[in-house]
Design a protein around this ligand. Sequence first.
Ligand SMILES: *Cc1c(COP(=O)(O)O)cnc(C)c1O
Length: 433
Amino acid sequence: MPDTPSYGFDTLQIHAGARPDPATGARQTPIYQTTAYVFRDAEHAAALFNLQEVGFIYSRLTNPTVAVLQERMATLEGGAGAVCCSSGHAAQIMALFPLMGPGLNVVASTRLYGGTVTQFSQTIKRFGWSARFVDTDDLDAVKAAIDDDTRAIFCESIANPGGYVTDLDAMAKIADEAGLPLIVDNTSATPYLCRPIEHGATLVVHSLTKFLTGNGTVTGGVIVDSGKFDWAASGKFPSLSEAEPAYHGLKFAETFGPLAFTFHGIAVGLRDLGMTLNPQAAHYTLLGIETLSLRMQRHVENAVKVATWLENDPRVESVTYAGLPSSPYHARVASICPRGAGALFTFALKGGFDACVRLVDNVEIFSHVANLGDTRSLIIHSASTTHRQLTPEQQVAAGAAPNVVRLSIGIEDADDLIADLDQALGKAVAQAA
Ligand SMILES: *Cc1c(COP(=O)(O)O)cnc(C)c1O
C-alpha cells in the first residue's frame, strides 16, 4: 500500500509499511529469521557498505520484518523515519547517543518512568553525560536549566504513573528557542492518543513492550524521527553534521537530509551499540499494532469507569487520573491527548501501607506484576516493590507514597474489574480494623 497520509489511523495501523511478500505473496508480514543477506555481486556489497544503496546486509543493522515495523511506527507518529531497538530503555540511549558526549547534558522532566530516572540520574554518568531534572510545569525552571552544554529536552507525553500530562507545545517552544531537539517518551499514550510531532517534538521514543505490542509478550523499543530538526544549524551536533570517519567522511545531515537521524541510528547506533530488535519481536508487535486503536479505546473507557468508581469509594483517599474532571491536568488532556488520558493511574488508600499490601494479595483478576500496558489489568504497590530502595520522602516525590497503588487497566469487562477491586478492598480494610 502506498503510504498516503490521507488514510485514517485505523487503516494505517494495519497497512502502513507492509506489502504482500514479493517472493511468495504472503499476506501477513513474514518473520525473516535470518542473520545475513546474499549480495547480488561484489559491487552491490560495496554500495551497501558505503551507504550508497539501501538494502540488507546483516540483521544487527537491518531486517525486513523489523523494517516494516519501523515504517509503520514512523507513519503512525507522522515522522520521517524510525529505528527499532531491543527495549524502551535502549531507545532512550539510542536517541541520546548521536546528540551527547562527555560533559554534555539533557534537561529532563522530574515526572518520568522510574527506570528512566535511574538510567538518567545514575547510568548515563558512566558515559560522561548528565541529566538536569526540572518540573516541566515551571517553564522558567526549564529555561534556566538549559546551558551551552545542553543537547536535548526530554519528557513524557502522559507521564507514568502519576496522571500527569505534559504541555508539549510549551516544551517545544522552549526547545525551539534554544535550538535544541525535544524528545518525547510517548509510551503511555501511544500514537493513537497523542502525536507529539504535531506538538513540535523532534524525536519520539517508545517502549514497544507496553500498549503497542499490547499483550505482555515482547520487550522492544523504537525512536521515531520527525525529520524536521536542522542538525547542522548550531554546530552542536557534530555526529550528524560533520564528516563520519567510519563512512569515508560522509556527513549524515548533508547526505540524508530529513532521514539523517534515522540513518545514523541504523548505520552507527545499531552497528556499534548492537541494541537490535529481533524479527520475532517485531512480528508480535506488528500483530499488536493492527488492533491498537480498538484496544486503546477500551483501555481508556475502562480506566474512566474504574477511576470514577474508586474516586467515589470511601476507602479511597485520592485518585490521580488525568481523565477525571477532578484532575488538575484534565484541561490539558483536551489539547494533548484528546482521545483520552490513557489507562495508567495511581490511587491512595486510607488504610496506608498495610492495606495496600493486603489489596495486592487479594485481587483475583488483576495481576500483581511490574509491567503496564497489557490486555490484562495489572496492579503494583510501588513502595514495596519498584520503589522500595527509595526513602519515604523520595517515594512521595515519585508519586509512589507508601499508601499508593498503581493500576494499568486492561480491556476486560469494566464491571468485573470494579467487582474485583471492591472485594479486595473489602478484605484489605476489614483486616486492618
Ligand atoms: C516501560 C517503559 C520504559 C522502558 O521500556 P522497556 O521496554 O521496559 O525498556 C520507558 N518509558 C516508559 C514510559 C515505560 O513505561
